[in-house]
Design a binder for this molecule. Structure first.
Ligand code: A3P
Length: 324
């Protein structure tokens, strides 16, 4: 199972827990780091944590998702929706910034150092509503996130497509650090994934926890699927806007603001904006935008592996009402 993150464990806790070294980064991405998101245990520097202590509030908006499920896309869409009154579309920060620069990731201090862009020293520096994101599983989230009443938008994706996406992302990372030896075969990643020894932790448990929360507290947790967004984004963006309490007005509907936001966040545009530049010394901005398609897994796995995943999926999701 997942371990509980220490309370108020925003970035500082995670950073203190596992250190900020390139080797941890590497273990994390290749799935060999054994305690994924296992803060709350070990040598926390309480003074550091105290300094950064941050109480989450009802107005906070979180994007949650297992790595490579489309979190960057959802970040851009959420930013586009929330900030639509602040900037005309043709002056949107999304035309000049990577979505990661606009939606702050809770684990940032942990797995990155030397950001190429400024980071807040304290979450209170962010304007309300704070746009935050995390890959941390529900169980492991700090209590104050669960009890503050903040809203969580969870994105899920077909596990095989998630795996393929992850594999290519690690390849890009390996190229960047000039050490391609760290890349396992896709089949090895597949095995690790099935065993739950993977970046982000066990996949199905991650998805199911948020799925169940979305059924229990539909006003606080919105469950989205990458495939549904790809299929027909507009109705889902309307749902998102309503969920966060910022529905599109009749005037905005008539001006078709939603379609403008969709266009702004289109993968082609995102690739153009982010074709050069880096997140930090590990990641190129462009590595977050690859194909952006549904079903790339069909080009990557043998029938035997597909069958194995289908069996596992059936077993894990049985009775949940969820399927991919
Ligand atoms: P692929 O590798 O299958 O192309 P994350 O943002 O959670 O790391 O997920 C990355 C995946 O989302 C990648 O999938 C990437 O191409 C896809 N993606 C990123 N931006 C997108 C967009 N604007 N539209 C659709 N897919 C997008």
């Amino acid at each position: 199972g997942f371990l509980q993150l220490a309370e108020a464990s925003n970035t500082a806790t995670l950073g203190a827990e596992v250190g900020n070294s390139a080797s941890v980064q590497q273990q994390y991405l290749t799935g060999s780091f054994p305690i994924v998101f296992a803060a709350g245990k070990g040598n926390l520097d309480e003074k550091e944590v105290g300094k950064k202590r941050s109480i989450y509030t009802e107005s906070d908006l979180f994007i949650a998702g297992f790595p490579k499920t489309g979190t960057t896309w959802l970040k851009s869409l959420l930013f586009g929706i929330v900030k639509r009154a602040n900037h005309p579309i043709d002056h949107s920060p999304l035309l000049t910034h990577h979505p990661q620069e606009l939606v702050y990731n809770l684990e940032n201090d942990w797995y990155n150092q030397a950001f190429a862009y400024p980071q807040p020293h304290h979450l209170n520096e962010l304007k309300s509503p704070r746009l935050l994101s995390t890959h941390v599983p529900y169980t492991s989230l700090p209590e104050s996130i669960k009890t503050s009443g903040c809203r969580i938008l969870y994105i899920s994706r077909n596990p095989l497509d998630t795996l393929v996406s992850f594999y290519y992302f690690v390849l890009e990372y390996a190229k960047k650090i000039e050490n391609e030896d760290i890349v396992k075969s896709l089949e090895n990643f597949f095995e690790d994934f099935c065993e739950g020894k993977f970046t982000g932790g066990p996949y199905f448990e991650h998805v199911l926890e948020f799925w169940n929360m979305s059924l229990e507290r539909p006003d606080k947790v919105l469950f989205l699927k990458y495939e549904d967004l790809k299929d027909d984004l507009k109705p889902h963006l309307k749902r998102v806007a309503e969920f966060i309490g910022m529905p599109f007005s009749p005037q905005e509907e008539s001006e078709d603001v939603i379609t403008q936001i969709i266009e702004l966040c289109n993968i082609k545009n995102m690739k153009e904006v982010n074709k050069s530049g880096v997140i930090n010394k590990f990641f190129e901005k462009k590595s977050y935008f690859r194909k952006g398609e549904v079903g790339d897994w069909t080009n990557h796995f043998s029938p035997a592996l597909v069958e194995k995943m289908n069996k596992l999926m059936k077993e894990k999701l049985d009775g949940s009402g969820l399927s991919f």
